[in-house]
Design a protein around this ligand. Sequence first.
Ligand code: MRU
Length: 344
Amino acid sequence: MAKKPLREDPIKHIVWKGDRLIVLDQRALPRTVKFAACRTAADVAKATKDMVLRGAPLIGCAAAYGMALAARRGKLSDVLKAEPVLRRARPTAVNLMHALDHMLAVAKSGPEKTLSKRMAAAAVKYYEDDLVGNARMATLGAALLKKGSNVITHCNAGALATAGIGTAVGMIRAGWLAGKVKHVYPCETRPYLQGARLTLWELMEAGIPSTLITDNMAAHLMKTRKIDAVIVGSDRIAANADVCNKIGTYGLAILAKHHGIPFFVVAPSTTVDFSTKNGDLIPIEERSIREVVEIFGSKIAPKGAKAHHFGFDVTPNALVTAIVTEKGVVSPANAANLRRVLTS
Ligand code: MRU
């Protein structure tokens, strides 16, 4: 089968219409393709909270559009009211805070008579910057892989999680086109199953050879098969280059270290949070335990069972081989290198 080009997205999952934002409902994938319309900032906040849309960069882009929706009546007070509503939608992905800070600055940078236009233009630019950044990270990241690599990825850091071709999955797609990636093993990513439902769907749509594994198969796979790299995205990178990502990422990084496998993190500069000194200070989202004790509404644990649902974990920088950003590759992953690459 001919390889599909790098820029081809499986589906248009976020479309700005000027008076509304159309988003693909990722909760229904891959069984059903359905869309939701967000007409207000509150709609965007709810869609984000309810995981209709997810993935750190996409959460940021949607928030930017949410601010543009709030600005439609040309009143700064509407924007100021919408901003905390959006900010509360999810706590961990710092792209949300980055987008809101940026859009607030745009809102305050001119008169109300141009507010609506300025905010719409800024939101579109924010989205386009993410899209362009994805392509750059894909190229930089693919260059780090050796020919014919078998790779493990976790959660969904693909097109669905961004404006473009994805971060980790973008690197995988570029690597596959260049003959660097031979086979991909997405972890299913309990409990929300982003790997099984979303990443595998994207990989199969792109025609990339891939085989699903459950999260607890990764160690066995690393020991018994040739695994050449682990490639993941991130929701927040602290100033010391500790990396917060979907729950299970830390375990994969420890396993990779034990087996001598490079561990790559691919994330745009909007994911880097210089105001948070280290990973221990990153707020970790705790979600409903229903998502753990039930699968698609069916109980899998005894009635009344207690459970934890941590959405994310933190991988210490010492376990990270390189962080690939659109501004360059940070390796070794440490505070000085992160600052140098991101601010030069
Ligand atoms: O809870 P989610 O699905 O929003 O979590 C997503 C992740 O953890 C991704 O790996 C991360 O946001 C990077 S997406 C390019």
